[in-house]
Design a protein around this ligand. Sequence first.
Ligand SMILES: C[S@@+](CC[C@H](N)C(=O)[O-])C[C@H]1O[C@@H](n2cnc3c(N)ncnc32)[C@H](O)[C@@H]1O
Length: 258
Amino acid sequence: MSNSWTSASGADLSAGYARHAGTLRGALRHALVARALRTHLPTDSQRVLDVGGGDGHQAVLLARAGHRVTLLDPDPGMHKRAAERLAAESEQVRDRITLVEGTADQATDLAGDGFDLVCCHGVLMYAEDPRAFLNDLASALRPGGLMSLLTKNADALAMRAGLEGRWADAVAVMGAGSVEGNLGVSSRADTLASVEAILDDAGVTTSCWYGVRVFTDHLGDAPVGEGFDYVLEAEWQAGCRDPYRQIARLFHLIGHKQ
Ligand SMILES: C[S@@+](CC[C@H](N)C(=O)[O-])C[C@H]1O[C@@H](n2cnc3c(N)ncnc32)[C@H](O)[C@@H]1O
């Protein structure tokens, strides 16, 4: 029996994810999201839910910073990798992380009085019904709590194909809603405006948003090389401002619940 969870679209995410995690693109995505979270999160210990938290990369960074994290993910393969990652951490960090097997629709059940932060990075694109999915995330937040949402940018889908010189593909995905992603499975892209409209209805207002991977998204499986910090700084600066952030592969929205 397969050890990996398969999404409603039939996608086996964990195999593709493991391949991607060690690349420059994968490393940048994690580093840019982590930097934004450090910018927006209070430093005192926060109660965090990481929906679709995967192998625990962000959960560990947050726990090292003193936050208490519940990682909710349906994939036993991801849980196994998260457990292996945790085993390498100090007891203090390990104790701050709880692994829960389940999907986003269970977020409210875990919420109690509401989480201070709900993270959801790289997951919305696999959800069949974005409104229901985002409502589940919003309902797990306390009033004043933060949401950190990373997903694929439908306004810039043609950039990767264009920069790779795949002209027919660039034309085909221009204005399209879904495309074959990094992980070898088809996934949906959303516009920032459509996500903001749904979140607004759910009582979550955008505080800030970032573009993620402006200059590097076409670099395929290039490994992390020397000079990573320079690449990271260039991506961070571009991701913080127009017009660059508009053409990033992903957008990272930080919102707060009313
Ligand atoms: C591309 S990985 C992202 C993992 C991690 N958030 C990160 O940023 O590296 C997508 C994760 O979402 C999980 N997932 C897919 N559908 C989900 C759902 N409906 N609810 C919760 N997690 C889900 C998968 O099991 C997988 O671990």
